[in-house]
Design a protein around this ligand. Structure first.
Ligand code: SF4
Length: 282
């Protein structure tokens, strides 16, 4: 059986988007194609905050410091921290998930979230084995969400599986990276990738963090670009307030809520900030 490099595996509430508040298993896999060093920085500048953290000082995710600039999941892709993310067999992962779930089973209201890093980068075929192992153990998995940055095409095996699997609903929650991330537009906004996700799941949706008028203008531009190949009237857009800390978040939320209403988009709070201050393992 395959192994997956697991950064974090925990049970929490989905904090954002379509399934806000749904109790969920989060499987955070290691690896990302981006670094998103621009978050929280003046435009054009990149954060080096994570580089000041010495990996030798930490032996688990819970003890890692939170960062206020750059990607807040840095340890799930920065190779300096890879020792914190062991390769785990599918059987081991499923056994751990059985222990984490209150009665050892998923349900309509207990979902699986595959997140990262970028979960569609390297483990797509391993997920098929994972889903099959849930079936072997009668764990009643009905909802899977891929939390993706929207840059990775689907492997043919995963496409075939999604098409043939009638008992699992697959959702692509796409948080494509706008210029505030520091990533290049032409590498981050890939309409044909989203078209593919939507072809395989009409539960696909976007969610974007916005903190100022520049971010808002970038959301509008991204929707225009996606609209050249995707029917954006059928793909929901969620806006979220920026801020991994409650203070920044509180300053943003009303403005973002008004923006969502003005444009007929959806608004989602970020429960993990409100409830747990964005701590690892939430
Ligand atoms: S795409 Fe997501 S996980 Fe990857 S660096 Fe950017 S914010 Fe972090």
């Amino acid at each position: 059986m395959s192994k997956i490099k697991v950064a974090e595996l925990f049970y929490s509430l989905q904090g954002e988007g379509q399934y806000l508040g749904v109790p969920s298993i989060f499987l955070r896999v290691f690896g990302c194609n981006f670094q998103c060093q621009g978050f929280g920085m003046p435009r054009g500048q990149l954060s080096e905050e994570r580089m000041a953290i010495d990996p030798e000082q930490y032996d688990n995710y819970e003890s890692l410091p939170l960062v206020h600039t750059g990607c807040d999941s840095y340890a799930s892709w920065d190779v300096r921290f890879k020792k914190l993310s062991p390769m785990r067999s599918i059987e081991d992962i499923v056994t751990k998930i059985q222990e984490l779930l209150p009665d050892g089973k998923f349900s309509e209201d207990k979902h699986l979230i595959l997140t990262g890093g970028e979960p569609l980068l390297g483990w797509q075929r391993s997920y098929i084995e994972l889903f099959e192992e849930f079936k072997v153990r009668n764990m009643n998995l009905t909802h899977v969400t891929f939390e993706t940055n929207g840059t990775q095409y689907l492997h043919q095996d995963l496409k075939d599986y999604i098409e043939e699997c009638l008992d699992i609903n697959f959702t692509f929650s796409v948080s494509s990276k706008l210029p505030s991330s520091g990533e290049k537009w032409e590498e981050a906004i890939l309409p044909k990738v989203i078209q593919e996700y939507f072809n395989y799941s009409d539960l696909t949706y976007f969610k974007w963090v916005v903190s100022n008028e520049d971010d808002y203008a970038d959301v509008v531009r991204a929707i225009e670009e996606y609209g050249k190949v995707c029917d954006m009237t059928r793909i929901p857009v969620y806006l979220m307030p920026a801020g991994g800390t409650t203070k920044v978040y509180d300053n943003n939320e009303k403005w973002v809520a008004d923006l969502a209403m003005k444009n007929g988009w959806r608004y989602t709070p970020r429960l993990q900030v409100q409830l747990w201050k964005n701590a690892w393992g939430t």
